[in-house]
Design a binder for this molecule. Structure first.
Ligand code: GLA
Length: 394
């Protein structure tokens, strides 16, 4: 994205004499390498920020107004509200994410001294499950934090972003997305313990392999209700295990402890949901070890096992994601492939030998079109930093 283009658009939408005091920010999207549907079960995740994301050109105002415009939703025009009226409003569409963020920043004790205006542009493929909403929340969090000289630690902004999603928007998601977007680091995965929020960066030394993002282009219609259903199923399974076990979350269990006690759940579906949560958490820890030992094949095999568990036990994949993963597994030069994010559509990822990427894309695209009936889209992923101000050319 070109800085001049974004700033000239900003001046077009928000004409004003004050041309100097504008600032440019970027907030990434994310992929999750492994550790799916483990965050709200107190387990581990292993995501990375990517270089697709959301740009924001911002300037303070002298009054109390917040004015927002997205180049992705030009039909919505400029959305305007006051610092003193920060309630959810359906007609404000995408702008509810920034609004919720400002509201919770103020509720956390930092009253903004004035309003501001932001031009937003996102290059995350639309509705692809690469966390465009977390990207937008963290973008606004960082803009407000920097422009008004607030001193929220990054982790606090991450927590507020999650609160926006859960309480303002009403999606019961875990902390992975805001964490990856807020804390990402170039060329690294982040192993996050979602129970303690302890984390470590792990360099992604993929040698002559690269990560491919494969977008199903499937609309994620039922995604939110199915997501919430999985959460309740895990809660119920946990409650049944807790009748005998002193555990706080499914992520507290080893595979063996789960096997020894799964009869307590006494329901086939709930048992499979809990099994996924327990085994996926352990797989994530094994994947970090494999990566650190340079055992990339092992890392890939764990990704494949993750997809199978999400397909068979957690049941969040579907024809589109399964076709992408299964077609990927057959290609020479593929270490591993799996769905990423919530599932039910969205994206899958694969780790593929650089020299074989063209052939990989050609073959997987062909099989997908044949089986699903429309096209998937492919991108080579670059792993970048978390949300930040941009001072150089982009
Ligand atoms: C969505 C949620 C995350 C996480 C994933 C599944 O992306 O926002 O919190 O639960 O699904 O791993």
């Amino acid at each position: 994205m070109n800085k001049e283009f974004l700033t000239s658009k900003f001046h077009e939408i928000f004409p004003n004499e004050d041309k100097a005091n504008i600032r440019l920010f970027f907030s990434p999207g994310r992929i999750n390498l492994i550790g799916e549907h483990t965050d709200y079960n107190g387990g581990h995740v292993f995501p990375s920020a990517i270089t697709f994301g959301t740009y924001g050109v911002a300037r303070k105002r002298e009054d109390q107004l917040i004015r927002l415009y997205s180049l992705n939703f030009p039909e919505d025009g400029t959305i305007e509200f006051s610092l003193n009226e920060l309630d959810y409003e359906k007609s404000h569409g995408w702008a509810n994410y920034p609004k919720g963020m400002v509201r919770y920043i103020q509720e956390a004790g930092e009253k903004l001294s004035s309003g501001f205006e932001v031009l937003v542009y996102g290059d995350i493929p639309n509705g692809a499950g690469l966390s465009s909403s977390a990207s937008l929340e963290m973008l606004i969090g960082v803009i407000v934090n920097e422009m008004f000289g607030l001193e929220f630690p990054r982790l606090e902004l991450v927590r507020l972003g999650k609160k926006v999603e859960n309480e303002f928007i009403g999606v019961n998601s875990g902390i992975m997305d805001q964490f990856a977007v807020g804390m990402g680091k170039k060329d690294c995965g982040i192993l996050l313990d979602c129970h303690t929020l302890n984390y470590q960066y792990a360099p992604l030394n993929l040698t002559d392999y690269q990560i491919i993002i494969m977008n199903t282009n499937k609309r994620r219609e039922l995604a939110d209700s199915k997501y919430n259903e999985r959460r309740s199923e895990c809660e119920e399974a946990l409650a049944r295990l807790q009748t005998k076990l002193p555990i706080k979350e499914l992520g507290d269990l080893s595979e063996q402890e789960f096997e020894d006690n799964r009869h307590l759940i006494n329901d086939d579906v709930l048992e499979r949901r809990a099994k996924h949560a327990v085994y996926e958490n352990q797989r994530t820890l094994k994947a970090l070890k494999a990566l650190q030992a340079g055992e990339l094949e092992n890392f890939g095999a764990l990704m494949n096992a993750s997809h199978l568990s999400l397909r068979d036990d957690y049941e969040v994949t579907g024809l589109e994601l399964d076709t992408l993963a299964e077609a990927s597994w057959k290609q020479p030069g593929t270490l591993g492939a799996r769905m990423t994010g919530a599932g039910f559509g969205g994206c899958a990822i694969a780790i593929v030998k650089t020299a074989q990427i063209d052939e990989f894309i050609e073959e997987v695209a062909k099989e997908y079109k044949e089986k699903v009936g429309y096209e998937a889209t492919f991108y080579v992923a670059s792993i970048g930093d978390g949300a930040k101000e941009i001072t150089t050319e982009v």
